[in-house]
Design a protein around this ligand. Sequence first.
Ligand SMILES: Nc1ncnc2c1ncn2[C@@H]1O[C@H](COP(=O)(O)OP(=O)(O)O)[C@@H](O)[C@H]1O
Ligand SMILES: [Mg+2]
Length: 167
Amino acid sequence: MQAALFDHVFASPEATAGFAAALAPRLRPGDVILLEGQIGGGKTHFARALVQARLAADGARVEDVPSPTFTLVQTYDTGTVEIWHADLYRLSHPDEVAELGLVDAFDDAICLVEWPDRLGDLAPAGALVLSFTLADAPDSRRIEARSDDPAWAGRLAQAAGEARHDV
Ligand SMILES: Nc1ncnc2c1ncn2[C@@H]1O[C@H](COP(=O)(O)OP(=O)(O)O)[C@@H](O)[C@H]1O
Ligand SMILES: [Mg+2]
């Protein structure tokens, strides 16, 4: 059963990035974040900020973080953990998920997955689902979180508490 864990409106791209950056150091190998929501919702923006923050936190060189729209997957090695950023929009069959190596990565990398509906029943238990929607103001985005692992709630609350909302 997936429980609702979190519901916040972030008033600017910087606010969303701040939340992603605050969550980044709290992630461990085997954590999977599924990023849902319409095009332009901010999924890539969130993932990019998270990857950059975790590379920096682990003392790795901070690289460009291109969108995996065409490559399907971009991987990063922080020296401590691999981060996989996937965009499955163009995936035609769930079998390709295993071919990409994503199923194995779910076990020991930090995985950020856009368009996770393409996973079918390969979506791992315990994943954090973040659902992005446009909010009232043009630069506002609502992020709702849910998971069947209630342990995410504490980490989300800590990250949201630490991130600035007035940017
Ligand atoms: N509060 C916000 N949070 C995240 N992105 C925002 C916000 N306000 C405006 N944006 C903009 O919305 C766009 C989101 O694009 P992107 O992250 O590629 O979306 P998606 O990957 O969901 O299709 C970016 O241009 C970003 O700057
Ligand atoms: Mg995207």
